[in-house]
Design a protein around this ligand. Structure first.
Ligand SMILES: [Zn+2]
Length: 274
């Protein structure tokens, strides 16, 4: 094979792909209809293969996705942040699950910012003269999509906490960021997609009614803690004791973050949009 000049970036190189930008060398043979259809199908199967491979690794080998990704083994996986985005979109497509979109009533009685929330609501009612019920309704509608997109906020905060907890391992914030995407992907899959689906099915098939929000919340966090223990052990190479500590503190931090920071931001944005 002769030396090629890249059509995309002008670099001279040997082989089938440009070593600077990755552009492929196309020949006459590549310019058939069959080829372009094949390429399209290849993208689909490739996309699907990577997606399910990533999903499988997240469930079956906690921590491995982050470990591989940070060690430069990336081709066989979906990019972690894109994967997380896909999950949020999937979650957006299932409006049956309320998840974290709390009613206005919940916010105004919140033990931390409840007073602030009720005075905000009172001043809006004062200015606009809409009824409290109408405001509550439009607030709920505004919160529906917002609550899901705000899930992205969790990652940088949790990664920072992880960085502090795992400080003595001297890993970069980047590594914690990747690891947090993995554990939060599991959190969304498990807590917002799989478990709610299971509860709905249980309600349809049997007479068992699960209506205690708190017990569901604890169950979600409990499973998340076990997952985090296994994942942090593999990724950080912690001792068992330290991974247990990490796995107890992480869900506590996550729950606290959601309860006090996330919900406050959600209230603040949704009330402005309402
Ligand atoms: Zn090039």
């Amino acid at each position: 094979m002769a030396e090629q000049q890249c059509k995309n970036c002008g670099n001279n190189f040997w082989g089938k792909y440009c070593n600077i930008c990755g552009e492929k060398v196309y020949t006459e043979k590549d310019k058939t209809l069959g080829h372009i259809i094949g390429e399209g199908l290849h993208f689909l199967t490739h996309f699907e293969g990577k997606f399910f491979n990533t999903l499988k690794v997240i469930f079956l080998r906690p921590g491995k996705l982050s470990l591989d990704y940070c060690n430069g083994i990336r081709k066989k996986y979906f990019k972690p942040l894109s994967f997380f985005l896909m999950l949020v979109i999937l979650y957006l497509l299932f409006p049956v699950f309320q998840g974290l979109n709390m009613k206005l009533e919940y916010h105004v009685t919140h033990n931390l910012y409840g007073n602030f929330a009720s005075s905000e609501v009172a001043s809006i009612l004062n200015v606009t003269h809409v009824s409290a019920a109408t405001l509550a309704e439009s607030f709920h509608r505004a919160g529906e999509k917002t609550s899901k997109f705000l899930l992205f906020l969790i990652i940088p905060f949790v990664a920072l906490f992880s960085w502090l907890l795992g400080y003595r391992k001297r890993k970069l914030y980047y590594d914690h960021f990747v690891f947090t995407i993995e554990t939060c992907s599991f959190f969304i899959l498990w807590g917002f997609l799989i478990l709610p689906l299971f509860v709905i099915l249980l309600n349809l098939i049997t007479n068992i009614r699960i209506n205690s929000e708190n017990s569901i919340g604890f169950f979600i966090l409990g499973v998340f803690a076990i997952y985090t223990m296994a994942a942090s052990k593999r990724f950080f190479n912690f001792s068992w004791l330290y991974s247990i500590l990490y796995a107890i503190l992480m869900p506590v931090f996550l729950a606290g973050f959601i309860e006090y920071i996330y919900k406050f931001i959600l209230f603040y944005i949704a009330i402005k949009l309402a």
